[in-house]
Write a protein that binds this ligand. Structure first.
Ligand code: 8YV
Length: 316
C-alpha cells in the first residue's frame, strides 16, 4: 500500500475513503508544515495532501524524494514551489471550480458588510451600546447600482462580477493581464490605477505568488476615491498591507473587507484597530459542502496517480 499523508483533519468521508485505499497518516497538529517538516514528509510518503501554508518551498524539494504527488487542498498553491516540485519529479494538483461559488459569496459578504457597516453595528449592539433606532445611526454606502472593479477576471473574479451585475445591478469594470471576454456586460480597463480611480468597490481575485506580489501597492490604493471600498479575497501577499493600512488610517478610502493577510494568521494591530474594516479569518471556501468537495477532488487526483492515470487537476 502506498503511504499517504494528509496534513490536516479534513472531511470525514474523504478521510475514510483515503484510509481504505492508502497506508494513511493524518496529522492532528493544527499548524502548517515548516520547510523542514515538508522536506521530511517528501522523503517519507508516496503522496501528500497538503493545505494552505504548508511550506513546500524550493528548499523542501532539495533532499531525498519518495513523494510523487502533492494533491493540494485548495485552488491557490502559492505555498508550493510547483517548478521545484516538477524538477524533483513531483506532480502538483489543485482544486479549481468546486470553491468558486463559496469564495465569490465571501466576496459579496465583504462588499456588503463593509459598505453597510455590519461589523461596526454588530460590535456596538453586542457591547450594549445601541441606544435605539436613529435616522443617522451607522449610515453606510449604497451597494446596488454602484461600480465594481475586479482585479483578475478568472473563475472567482467572474463569479463575483456576475453576482454584482445580476444581483445588484452594478456596472462591472475589470483588470486582467491578458485580454478577456466574458458572457455578461463588463469593461476591461488597461491600467490598474485607472481601474482603482474609476470604481466604488475594488475587489482582488488574482492568484497569489511571485507574479502578483504587491500588485496592489501604494500607487493603486492612492488612486482610489475617498468613498472607495477595498476587498481582498485572493492572497494577502498581493497587497502591500502597510500601504493599505496607511490609506485607511488617513481616511483616503472609506473601508476595507479582508479575508486574507500578508502573514496569516498574524493580523496587524493597526488593522484590527480600524473600525471601518471587516476582517474575516480566511473563510473563502469555508462551507461544509465546499470543503468536502475540495477534499474529494484532492484525493481523486491522488487516486488517479496511484492507478496510473493522469491526475485531472495537474498544475505543473
Ligand atoms: C482554502 C483558498 O481553504 O483554495 C484556496 O486557494 O484560499 C482556501 O479557500 C485553502 O487553500 C485551504 O488549503
Amino acid at each position: 500500500m502506498k503511504k499517504l499523508l494528509i496534513t490536516r483533519q479534513i472531511a470525514e468521508p474523504v478521510l475514510e475513503q483515503a484510509a481504505g485505499l492508502f497506508d494513511l497518516t493524518v496529522r492532528t497538529d493544527g499548524n502548517p508544515l515548516t520547510v523542514a517538516d515538508a522536506a521530511e514528509a517528501l522523503a517519507t510518503y508516496d503522496a501528500i495532501l497538503p493545505t494552505l501554508g504548508d511550506a513546500f518551498s524550493a528548499d523542501a524539494f532539495a533532499g531525498e524524494m519518495r513523494c510523487k504527488i502533492l494533491g493540494n487542498f485548495g485552488v491557490g498553491y502559492n505555498h508550493i514551489d510547483a517548478a521545484a516540485a516538477a524538477k524533483a519529479g513531483v506532480i502538483v494538483t489543485n482544486t479549481p471550480d468546486v470553491l468558486t461559488d463559496a469564495t465569490a459569496d465571501i466576496g459579496l459578504t465583504l462588499i456588503l458588510a463593509t459598505a453597510r457597516r455590519a461589523g461596526e453595528g454588530e460590535r456596538m449592539l453586542r457591547a450594549g451600546q445601541w441606544e435605539g433606532f436613529g435616522p443617522k445611526v451607522k449610515l453606510g454606502t449604497h451597494v446596488t447600482g454602484k461600480r465594481v472593479g475586479i482585479v483578475g477576471m478568472g473563475r472567482i473574479g467572474q463569479a463575483v462580477a456576475r453576482r454584482c451585475h445580476y444581483g445588484f445591478g452594478m456596472e462591472v469594470l475589470f483588470y486582467n493581464r491578458s485580454p478577456k471576454s466574458v458572457d455578461f456586460p463588463a469593461t476591461q480597463i488597461r491600467s490598474l490605477t485607472e481601474l482603482a480611480a474609476s470604481v466604488d468597490f475594488l475587489v482582488v481575485t488574482v492568484p497569489g505568488g511571485a507574479e502578483t506580489r504587491y500588485l496592489i501597492n501604494a500607487d493603486v490604493l492612492g488612486a482610489m476615491q475617498p468613498h472607495g471600498i477595498f476587498v481582498n479575497i485572493a492572497r494577502g501577499e498581493v497587497v502591500d498591507e502597510t500601504a493599505l493600512i496607511d490609506v485607511l488610517e488617513a481616511g483616503k478610502i472609506a473601508g476595507a473587507g479582508l479575508d486574507v493577510y500578508e502573514n496569516e494568521p498574524h493580523v496587524p494591530a493597526r488593522l484590527v484597530a480600524l473600525e471601518n474594516c471587516v476582517l474575516l479569518p480566511h473563510l473563502g471556501s469555508a462551507t461544509v459542502e465546499t470543503r468536502q468537495a475540495m477534499g474529494q477532488m484532492a484525493l481523486d487526483n491522488i487516486i488517479a496517480w496511484s492507478e496510473g492515470r493522469e491526475p485531472p487537476q495537474r498544475v505543473n
